[in-house]
Design a protein around this ligand. Structure first.
Ligand code: HPA
Length: 272
């Protein structure tokens, strides 16, 4: 459980490290962490130094906040995120979103790696998330509601901001990147889904499945942030192809799509 005071302590610590006042937040998932290395005049703050931040345990995620300029915009980037499957509480997973809001962020851009439920997608495709189905079995807003942070019952009918989605499609068009758009289903993991679970997700309208993003998006909407989320399709979900899914193929596909993904994000930053 994190309190308003915890958020203030983390905010104050971060603002003491830099004169930058970012209005755009980035959560960089698997494969895209390297983009944080392109942030200019960067101030790097390891999560371990920030009051009340958790520690990232996933090898492919660095675990630091990077604040500086990217494409002329002042950004705060999470290089590595916290996942529920690591054992972090939903409150810890989403605490950085609260802190971003507290330091002045208005727009949150989230990236992730996911598997394709939609059989017309291919590994390497990028997908703008249009909506989600929460199958993680948790909601980070469960518990007492602090009205200073948001309302008890936040609206989720446009959780992924329509203008930002349109901007992402426009930039993709300009860069001649084929971009998909679809519904992201969140799964706690860490085990990948079974083929039967993927069939269920397809029946209810899912296009892609992953183990992150949805907690952060719920909290961002509670906090009144505008959200854009883009997934890298790294594999066909369980049961679509005969072979098993491996984490290595996921990381490899995320790495291969990295340049295209980074170019898209930078193009979006130019125009946001
Ligand atoms: N399922 C869940 N999460 C994922 C997958 C998947 O197939 N690929 C990458 N992240």
């Amino acid at each position: 459980m994190h309190t308003f005071e915890h958020i203030e302590e983390a905010r104050d610590y971060i603002l003491q490290q830099t004169d930058y006042r970012p209005t755009i937040g980035l959560i960089l998932g698997s494969g895209l962490g390297g983009l944080a290395g392109e942030i200019e005049e960067a101030v790097v703050i390891p999560y371990g130094n920030i009051p009340h931040f958790a520690q990232s345990t996933v090898e492919s995620h660095a675990g630091q906040l990077v604040i500086g300029k990217l494409e002329g915009k002042v950004v705060v980037a999470m290089q590595g995120r916290f996942h529920y499957y690591e054992g972090h509480s939903p409150a810890s997973v989403t605490f950085p979103v609260r802190v971003m809001k507290a330091i002045g962020v208005q727009d949150l851009i989230i990236t992730n790696a996911c598997g394709a439920i939609n059989e017309s997608f291919q590994p390497g495709d990028l997908m703008v998330i249009s909506d989600h189905i929460n199958m993680m079995g948790i909601n980070p807003l469960i518990g007492p509601n602090d009205e200073r942070l948001g309302v008890r019952f936040p609206d989720m009918s446009a959780a992924y901001h329509p203008e930002l989605r349109a901007l992402a499609r426009k930039v993709a068009d300009k860069q001649q990147i084929d971009i998909q758009e679809g519904v992201y289903v969140s799964w706690s993991g860490p085990a990948f889904e079974t083929p039967a679970e993927i069939r269920m997700m397809r029946i209810v309208g899912g296009d892609a499945v992953g183990m992150s993003t949805v907690p952060e998006v719920i909290v961002a909407n509670h906090a009144g942030l505008r959200v854009l989320a883009i997934s890298c399709i790294c594999n066909m979900a369980a049961g679509i192809l005969p072979q098993p899914i491996t984490a290595d193929e996921v990381f490899e596909a995320a790495g291969n799509a990295r340049n295209k993904f980074a170019a898209l994000l930078k193009g979006i930053l130019q125009e946001v």
